[in-house]
Unconditional design. Structure first.
Length: 65
C-alpha cells in the first residue's frame, strides 16, 4: 500500500516528490531509473536503461534543487 502510494507520488511533479521525501516514504528505496526520469520529465540517456537508483542518488546526480 505504502509502496503503491510512493510510486504514484514518484510520477507526480517535483513539489509532490519533495512532500514524499518529507513524509519519509522511503526516499532511499531503489526504484527503476526510468521512473525517476519520468517523474522529472527528463529524457533518459539510453546507457542508463534498466538500472535502479535511489531517489536521493538521482536528485544529487541530476542537480535538481
Amino acid at each position: 500500500m505504502k509502496d503503491r502510494f510512493y510510486m504514484k507520488c514518484l510520477r507526480e511533479e517535483k513539489s509532490n516528490l519533495e512532500k514524499v521525501i518529507i513524509q519519509g516514504l522511503k526516499p532511499f528505496k531503489k526504484v527503476p531509473i526510468n521512473l525517476a526520469f519520468r517523474a522529472f520529465r527528463i529524457k533518459m540517456p539510453t546507457e542508463m536503461k534498466n538500472r535502479e537508483i535511489t531517489l536521493g542518488e538521482f536528485i544529487s546526480q541530476s542537480g535538481i534543487r
